[in-house]
Ligand binder design. Structure first.
Ligand SMILES: [Zn+2]
Length: 363
């Protein structure tokens, strides 16, 4: 049996952490409370994400208390999930919440398709719930066919078993989030080295707040609108300057603008989130985006927030202690099964399916 080898995994995780690039903007997605303006993104309050009796924390701590020997601190969940090189060979299921959960039965989007190329292959984060992977493929095909794009550069999706990551991203844990670069795919195959080194293009101008119309064009806006138009897509996160530029564009269909949410960062890429698949028992949905298009006061409040001078720490003020690492016990109990399950090669074994779900397991 090919049990998940923790020891080897940890070594791999350390090597992986050393090679990965952290994107601080991503780390804040859903990790911090939204701004205090009324139009804050509908992020669940942080308290809902805390360990609770239901998720096994109590059972875990009882075990610790009854053992007279001093205990090693528990391994951080990001170390365990960051070391998993293959998906759990279980039925596909997104478990928990976008920023506190894991993923069973993940499939990989192939690193190359006719209309997409996956970036940063060393990260091994091109895994998602089959529904999410299907959505990315559909988007890549449709923007190429209808919106003048050559194709998409695909950023991080999830790790093979989802879960917290060693670097970047508070969410992306249950295989329902995908980052798509706003840099168009070039008209050639990038080499693996280029996929590591190529920088994405910021859509912002010199002020770092508003979109640069020379860079962010109607062509980019069409991509974002198309992603938001899909039924399964609940949110597309973009920088407030991008949302503002989209609101100012004349003569475009705003039917799905309510799903295009301004958020910190997200000027190099957009973040697409799909709804909990109906058969993913234990997937916790987030409230749907309201019906408003978010243009006007909402986006203006965001711009004003970005224009506010940053807070300066008071001299002598104590820095806040680092947050306690999330452990396996803090995740839904089923995530333990995901960790312990046999590995898979990431192929979709359903009959009649092409083998294009094969992942980058050789990396
Ligand atoms: Zn993202």
């Amino acid at each position: 049996m090919r049990r998940f080898a923790l020891a080897i995994g940890i070594i791999g995780a350390i090597a992986f952490a050393a090679g990965a690039q952290t994107r601080p903007d991503e780390a804040r997605v859903f990790a911090v409370p939204g701004p205090t303006i009324a139009a804050a993104p509908s992020t669940p309050p942080a308290s809902k994400e805390q360990p609770s009796k239901e998720n096994g924390a109590t059972r875990e701590s009882t075990g610790v208390a009854s053992d007279p020997k001093p205990q090693e601190p528990p391994v951080a969940a990001k170390t365990i999930f960051g070391a998993a090189a293959t998906p759990a060979s279980l039925a596909a299921r997104s478990i928990g919440f976008y920023s506190r959960g894991c993923l069973a039965g993940a499939v990989a989007i192939p690193t190359d398709g006719e209309t997409w190329q996956v970036m940063r292959l060393s990260r091994n984060r091109n895994w998602g719930h089959p529904k999410l992977v299907a959505m990315v493929k559909r988007l890549a095909g449709e923007v190429a066919a209808k919106d003048g794009w050559q194709g998409l550069l695909v950023g991080d999706i999830s790790q093979p078993r989802g879960g917290p990551m060693l670097t970047g991203h508070a969410s992306h844990q249950i295989g329902l989030d995908a980052d798509i670069w706003l840099t168009p795919m070039p008209n050639r195959r990038l080499t693996p080295a280029e996929r590591e080194a190529l920088s994405a293009t910021s859509m912002l101008g010199k002020d770092g707040i508003h979109a640069d119309p020379q860079v962010f064009t109607p062509y980019h806006a069409a991509l974002i609108r198309r992603a938001a138009s899909y039924d399964e897509v609940e949110r597309v996160l973009v920088h407030p300057g991008i949302k503002k530029a989209m609101c100012e564009e004349k003569g475009v269909d705003r039917t799905h603008f309510h799903k295009i949410r301004p958020y910190w960062g997200h000027h190099y890429h957009m973040h697409i989130r799909i709804a909990c698949p109906p058969d993913s028992v234990g997937c916790r949905p987030q409230p749907p985006a309201g019906p408003e298009d978010g243009c006007g006061k909402e986006v203006d409040d965001w711009i004003a927030l970005l224009q506010r001078p940053p807070k300066v720490a008071q001299p002598g003020a104590k820095p806040s202690p680092p947050p306690k690492p999330v452990t396996l016990a803090d995740l839904p109990p089923e995530c333990r099964l995901v960790v312990e399950a046999d590995g898979d090669d990431g192929r979709d074994h359903k009959p009649g399916k092409p083998q294009d779900a094969r992942g980058a397991t050789s990396r």
